[in-house]
Design a protein around this ligand. Structure first.
Ligand code: B12
Length: 463
């Protein structure tokens, strides 16, 4: 049986984008697809991958399907991937209506109704897919009939095979240009114990109420394999919040050093955890922590409470100080344009960014993601301006909700980039799609020219 998996996440980066521009969307692997592939392979199936980022256009895709002639196709989708995934499904069915199409991932789990009635989709697997996908392949092979919506089965994470990275032909580009290559991403756990209103309950729906994590020993075993196979030189740990489990991180740092790993790594954390566990942060730095990605979100306490972030503005400031103390770089995630947010509250965020002076700024316009409580809030109050699934990205692309002055937000966003005084930050931002987008928006306007001149002056020391 010929099984094909498809990486269809191109609503942001487009066709022919592999390794061009923003490394995260243009080159990173999809761990969900790699994990279901590894499990299927362990059970005797041999999935292949089509990565849309490597193709030129939909005609290329059609050709690839005609050549590969798959019996079964698996597609992974976040909400933002809906349109390209549906287009793939249509083309596949046009080529052969007997090809079975299976979708899985966050969007089908959160909103299965979105595609239940779609004739091109044969099966929807909700939640974690490894076991159910392989069972379904066996069922299809034996000609068994099954329901359209199939609930996923939670695997014991340490019992899963290491993900099938060979599914992808290209390599992942580092999150920051200064990190040495080869760069790799990995994920240790599933789920998140926090309750932020811009995310939850989506992740609980996907992975359940309890956070499950592979053992640190299991991760180190995978890293040993990756060292031999790829000789990786830097690393990104994707987990939403790996630092919540102090014992886990201590064991990981101990083993990482013991096994002779020196590659710098990047991971996500929270301001409150950094403040609470300074000792742990020091140990992480010693083990090779290069940068923390921190969801500071806002410099205003009312907004942090509205987001149910569970952190304080003071913790945001203090966490940044702790990172500076240990020489850990800061990637700041922050949002603007939340429902009810006032212009003064946005100014508080600008003040915070100025003081924190992050090494990398990742600003966003608040976007109501399906599956989150704030999405429901926006539906209830008729706030959403999102017309197409492609717009479910938090990057500052256009207006997201009613009642927000996006002209003011654009200015605030650019200001937040200007006031963080790091040259290398600006360099990376000039390469970054967000700024290219902003440059295009403001290009031609007098204010725009001044802003670009100002940015260039700061980056290239132009007179
Ligand atoms: C790493 C990550 C990224 C990476 C890489 C994404 C990737 N392709 O894997 C990058 C940085 C590129 C990214 C970008 C974005 N992300 Co992201 N990301 C994550 C993160 C932190 C981990 C994903 C992961 O690897 N999980 C581990 C694997 C094992 O789980 P999984 O991918 O869900 O796969 C399992 C199941 O979903 C299922 N499954 C998945 N695919 C398939 C396919 C089939 C056929 C089957 C049967 C099953 C199946 O089985 C898998 C194994 O159990 C998650 C949060 C999280 N903790 O999961 C957010 C998350 C997936 N991202 C999210 C969002 C919103 C985005 C962005 C839109 C953000 C933005 N910029 O605006 C972009 C969109 C990118 C795009 N698609 O164009 C949301 C999605 C919410 C939604 N409603 O869709 C999440 C859930 C975070 C959140 N709670 O808000 N992201």
């Amino acid at each position: 049986m010929k099984i094909l998996l498809i990486h269809a996440s191109i609503s942001g980066c487009g066709f022919e984008s592999f390794s061009k521009g923003d490394p995260t969307e243009s080159s990173w692997i999809n761990h969900g697809l790699c994990s279901i592939s590894a499990y299927a392979k362990k059970n005797g199936f041999i999935p292949e991958l089509i990565d849309l980022r490597l193709l030129r256009n939909w005609a290329d895709f059609k050709l690839a399907i005609q050549l590969k002639k798959p019996d079964v196709v698996g597609l992974s989708m976040m909400s933002v991937d809906y349109n390209p995934v549906m287009k793939c499904a249509k083309i596949i069915k046009q080529c052969n209506k007997n090809t079975k199409i299976i979708v899985g991932g966050p969007h089908p789990t959160i909103v299965p109704e979105d595609m239940r009635g779609n004739q091109d989709i044969d099966y929807i697997i909700t939640g974690e897919g490894e076991i159910s996908f392989t069972k379904l392949l066996q069922g299809i092979k034996e000609g068994l009939q099954t329901e359209k919506i199939i609930p996923g089965i939670k695997p014991v994470l340490d019992e899963l095979p290491f993900i099938d990275r060979e599914l992808y032909s290209g390599h992942e580009m580092p999150i920051l240009p200064e990190l040495p290559q080869p760069f790799m991403t990995l994920i240790a756990g599933r789920g998140c114990m926090y309750n932020c209103s811009f995310c939850q309950p989506a992740e609980r729906k996907l992975f359940g109420d309890q956070v499950r994590r592979r053992s640190a020993d299991n991760i180190i075993e995978e890293l040993k394999e990756l060292r031999v196979k790829y000789g990786f030189k830097s690393l990104m740990i994707h987990d939403d919040c790996i630092t919540e489990d102090v014992n886990w991180v201590e064991r990981f740092c101990f083993l990482y050093a013991k096994e002779g790993f020196k590659a710098p790594f990047v991971c996500q954390s929270r301001a409150d955890l950094i403040c609470r566990n300074e000792n742990l942060i020091e140990k992480m730095k010693e083990a090779g922590l290069y940068m923390f990605i921190i969801g500071f979100e806002s410099g205003n306490q009312r907004i942090l409470n509205f987001l149910r972030k569970g952190t304080t503005v003071e913790q945001n400031y203090k966490a940044a100080q702790i990172c500076r103390k240990y020489g850990i770089k800061i990637w700041a995630n922050y949002m603007m344009g939340m429902p009810t947010e006032t212009k003064q509250e946005v100014q508080d965020t600008l003040k915070m960014i100025k003081e924190i002076s992050p090494d990398h700024c990742s600003p966003a316009f608040f976007t109501p993601h399906p599956g989150s409580d704030l999405y429901e809030y926006c539906q209830k109050h008729d706030l959403s301006l999102i017309k197409s699934h492609d717009e479910y990205r938090r990057n500052p692309h256009g207006a997201k909700i009613k009642g927000v002055d996006y002209k003011f937000l654009n200015d605030a966003l650019i200001h937040s980039l200007q006031i963080s005084k790091k040259d290398h930050l600006l360099k990376s931002l000039l390469r970054n799609k967000t700024v290219i987008f902003l440059k295009n928006r403001i290009k031609g306007t007098k204010a725009g020219k001044e802003i670009i001149k100002g940015l260039k002056k700061m980056v290239y020391h132009e007179k």
